[in-house]
Design a protein around this ligand. Structure first.
Ligand code: Z5A
Length: 220
């Protein structure tokens, strides 16, 4: 795995990862509220996006009009948005001593484009190391949920798992989303110290409790 500098100088860098619909955005907000209630400065960002340049790249990446986009092109665009986010938002916040919560980070590229997308993993690691200056999260919470359940959450309760509608990535086949789930678990097995696997198939407040239990020691 990437050899990296961890978390930056003063703050705490946390990331949330997992398949589509695992509840990352919900958990990021709950964690932000809990930390703010303790008086912590919290920066919540999402990937791709979080900067003016990054939001434009996000629009391009998710646009269903470009089904021809290659996986290599995706790697470069996600990493470009990340490079901008790290310099503009994440590093300054960490330097102030803030807690940074990122809704997805480089593990998503390693999994969606590498392990599930079958693009060169070592190359993705090198590009990301370069793009971020080697800035790794202190802790990553992997929300683990079966692909079918996550897609049902995202696509509504109609029980329809067919890849119609949704953004360019949501439209991919169920088999791809199953590889995403397996890919995240594989990554977690390689980096057990950094990546905590959180079962996400329970009510949101219960999932939050599991995450919070692991955050408390990091605040001390
Ligand atoms: N992508 C990539 O390929 N490579 C990369 O490097 C990066 C990203 C950074 C980002 O789109 C897409 O880009 C993503 C991966 C790819 N793939 N897709 N599509 P996005 O940001 O729009 O989507 P996302 O990050 O996958 O988020 P999401 O699918 O919208 O879901 P989520 O953030 O994990 O979940 P949520 O928004 O919190 O909740 C989804 C629904 O489930 C919502 O109705 C909630 O109320 C409900 N929910 C949440 N928690 C629960 C629990 N515990 N129980 C029941 N229902 C729940």
């Amino acid at each position: 795995m990437i050899k990296h500098e961890q978390g930056g100088p003063a703050g705490l860098f946390l990331t949330l990862e997992g398949p589509d619909g695992a509840g990352k955005t919900t958990q990021a907000r709950l964690l932000q509220e809990r930390l703010q209630a303790l008086g912590k400065e919290v920066l919540l960002v999402r990937e791709p996006g979080g900067t003016a340049v990054g939001e434009i790249i996000r629009g391009l990446l998710l646009d269903p009009r470009y089904p021809e986009m290659t996986v290599a092109c995706e790697v470069l665009l996600y990493s470009a948005a990340r490079a901008q986010l790290v310099v503009e938002q994440i590093r300054p916040a960490l330097a102030r001593g803030a807690v940074v919560i990122s809704d997805r980070y480089w593990d998503s590229t390693l999994v969606y484009q590498g392990l599930a997308g079958r693009e060169d993993l070592a190359m993705i690691q090198s590009i990301n190391f370069w793009a971020t200056g080697g800035l790794a999260p202190h802790r990553t919470f992997l929300l683990d949920l079966e692909a079918e359940k996550g897609l049902l959450r995202v696509r509504g309760a109609k029980g329809d798992l067919r890849p119609a509608g949704g953004d360019r990535i949501e439209q991919r086949e169920l088999d791809f989303h199953r590889r995403v789930r397996r890919g995240f678990l594989e990554l977690a097995s390689w980096e057990q110290k950094r990546i905590c696997v959180i079962p996400a198939d329970k009510a949101a407040p219960l999932v939050h409790d599991c995450i919070w239990e692991k955050v408390i020691p990091l605040l001390q």
